[in-house]
Design a protein around this ligand. Structure first.
Ligand code: FES
Length: 255
């Protein structure tokens, strides 16, 4: 499949954007795609990032490209299917990071979604007709070994309902999970685990997360909010008052 960069008169820095990867196999797949993109004639360099869970995160990869003076940066969402709200989220999120940065950002472009490209039909035909297909039932099923019941006392629920998703819950989730891994939050302090959930109720406060056992609801959370909740609430037991919303019984909006 060809990524058409013909509109750019200078070689682009391509950022392949996938949703998440937490194990080595999808990371290797992204490395292969990155190497393939880097070999294209109009591409000066290629990298990859994840909009949700995975390293590097979109924020990290973009900041590295900006710091390296890359211009233009072309984001290629290799996400199927792609919700139209994804591009809205992407634009708003990049604008927010851009506004918070002290250095000017280069032009950032985004390619059309892969699902809308006619070449996808050829690709589908190629894989469906491929002699590399294999039966799924030729592997042995291993007996379950049982599970350890978690001892962690804190739970963070990240709302992935529609309004929260459109407001960037994916990046909140990804940042939380990346930090959970980096800071060993499962075994630090009281021990924390996290989970995605459907609508938690106060959709106007999106993106929303809730920390148990207190049941504290946090609204309007972004990556820096996650950092504060980790250090103050998960590790210190102190609620972050300016992000927390108490059950007052009356309707509340983001402050
Ligand atoms: S969708 Fe997140 S609180 Fe309703």
């Amino acid at each position: 499949m060809t990524i058409n960069l013909a509109d750019n008169d200078i070689a682009s820095r391509v950022l392949l954007l996938a949703r998440s990867a937490t194990t080595a196999v999808p990371l290797r797949e992204m490395e292969r795609l990155r190497d393939h993109a880097a070999s294209m004639p109009d591409v000066a360099a290629a990298t990859f990032a994840f909009s949700e869970e995975g390293t590097p995160s979109l924020r990290t990869a973009l900041h590295e490209l900006v710091a390296a003076g890359a211009s233009p940066i072309v984001i290629v969402p290799i996400i199927l299917p792609t919700d139209p709200s994804f591009e809205v989220w992407l634009r708003r999120t990049v604008q927010r990071w851009q506004a918070a940065d002290s250095v000017p950002w280069p032009e950032i472009r985004v390619t059309p979604f892969l699902g809308t490209q006619p070449l996808l039909q050829e690709l589908l035909a190629a894989v469906i007709g491929s002699d590399q297909t294999r039966p799924l039932d030729n592997g042995k099923t291993t007996a379950t070994e049982g599970s350890i019941v978690p001892a962690q006392k804190r739970r963070v629920l990240v709302c992935m309902g529609g309004p929260c998703n459109a407001a960037g819950a994916g990046v909140v989730w990804g940042h939380l999970r990346n930090e959970q891994k980096r800071l060993s939050l499962r075994t630090t302090g009281d021990g924390s685990m996290s989970a995605k959930t459907s609508c938690l109720g106060p959709c106007s406060l999106a993106p929303v997360l809730q920390v148990w056992p207190e049941g504290t609801l946090y609204g309007g959370v972004d990556e820096s909010g996650v950092d504060r909740i980790i250090h103050s609430h998960l590790l210190g037991g102190e609620i972050v008052d300016d992000l927390a919303y108490l059950p007052t019984g009356s309707k509340q909006r983001l402050r």
